[in-house]
Design a protein around this ligand. Structure first.
Ligand code: HEC
Ligand SMILES: [Cu+2]
Length: 313
């Protein structure tokens, strides 16, 4: 969606419900603008028209006007009823997913998104969906409250621990968007982004059938890309500085001191375990906050990540 971040007005609309959503929003905006001008205009006029003209002037006591009272009660009531009807209709449409929706599970945790597709394929920090088909998201969090937000779809829904929330959308154009977390969830909150890619149905099928894996790149390069995609860099640097986690620079084949006082050599098996079960061996001086990637990365992806870590001398 080019130009979206810089647009002054609403972002580009790219879902079937977006137009209705925007219509409701515009209605509220223009009604508010109309009454703002009316009220402020009358106020200014009255200040001048009924100003006190001399020190001795004593104004008439204000009187009751039943007709006026009725009019300015009924008009707002009518407006509120109309706004409720418009909002409720949109609310129902946005809440109830079409029966033929494709269901994707969304798992949020500090600080990443995991998507699980109907065939069992998973992707991390990247949500791919087919064009022109309703998608229902079944979302849950592993830790704190997060929130799933795609401005172009006019879609925002909290993702909470210990229960599911759902949301649905049907994209109307092919393109790339960004999913952001809109519930402050800790130090990595602002980096809790996922790429959302709307693809033609056939391309999506091919991607899904291939399990989302990359082809034709060296493991080292693939690992570097993957580490970006999985947002490992939120917590790890490659320049020797410690962040939430230890730096990766010079990690491979060097001794690592653990919290329990022992020392291990960072060989392939240690690296592997550090990614799949990071809490089994916790590095000295760090908190056990790294998410476990067991089951989220394939064997091939693990190979690639390890090849990349080994290249950081
Ligand atoms: C939320 C922050 C966070 C994220 C995201 C994260 N890590 Fe970690 N990682 C840590 C922390 C903290 C430690 C040290 C504590 C421990 O060993 O569990 C660590 C330890 C490690 C170690 C062992 C380092 C050493 O010096 O022995 C490796 C290897 C590692 N992480 C790889 C990864 C990879 C690969 C990813 C992305 C797929 C990743 N981490 C994502 C926080 C994170
Ligand atoms: Cu979050």
């Amino acid at each position: 969606m080019s130009g979206t971040p810089n647009s002054f007005w609403l972002p580009e609309a790219a879902s079937t419900t977006a137009a209705q959503h925007d219509a409701g929003w515009s209605l509220v905006l223009w009604i508010s603008a109309f009454f703002f001008v009316l009220v402020v205009g009358l106020m200014s006029y009255f200040v001048i028209r009924y100003r006190r003209r001399s020190e001795t002037e004593i104004p008439d006591a204000p009187d009751h006007n039943t007709r006026l009272e009725i009019v300015w009660t009924l008009i707002p009531v009518a407006i509120v009823v109309v706004l409720f009807a418009v909002g409720f209709k949109g609310f129902l449409k946005g809440t109830i997913a079409p029966a033929d929706s494709m269901e994707i599970f969304v798992t949020a945790e500090r600080w990443m998104w995991t998507f699980t597709y109907p065939n069992g394929a998973t992707s991390v920090n990247e949500l791919r969906v087919p064009l022109g088909r309703p998608v229902k998201l079944v979302m849950s969090s592993k830790d704190v409250i997060h929130s799933f937000y795609v401005p172009e779809f006019r879609l925002k829904k909290d993702v909470v621990p210990n229960s599911y929330t759902t949301a649905w959308f049907e994209p109307t154009q092919v393109g790339e968007m960004t999913v952001t977390c809109t519930e402050y969830c800790g130090a990595g909150h602002s980096a809790m982004l996922a790429k959302l890619q709307v693809m033609p149905e056939k391309e999506f099928r091919d991607w899904l059938d291939a399990g989302g894996e990359e082809k034709g790149v060296s493991p080292e390069k693939a690992g570097e890309k993957l580490a970006m995609k999985l947002a490992c860099a939120t917590c790890h640097s490659t320049d020797g500085s410690a962040k939430t986690g230890p730096t990766w620079k010079g990690l491979y084949n060097h001794p690592t001191e653990l919290a329990d006082g022992t020392t291990v050599t960072a060989d392939e098996n240690y690296l592997r375990e550090s990614i799949t079960d990071p809490n089994k061996k916790v590095v000295k001086g760090f908190q056990p906050v790294m998410p476990a990637f067991k089951g989220l990365v394939t064997q091939k992806q693990l190979d690639a990540l390890i090849a990349y870590l080994k290249s950081l001398k």
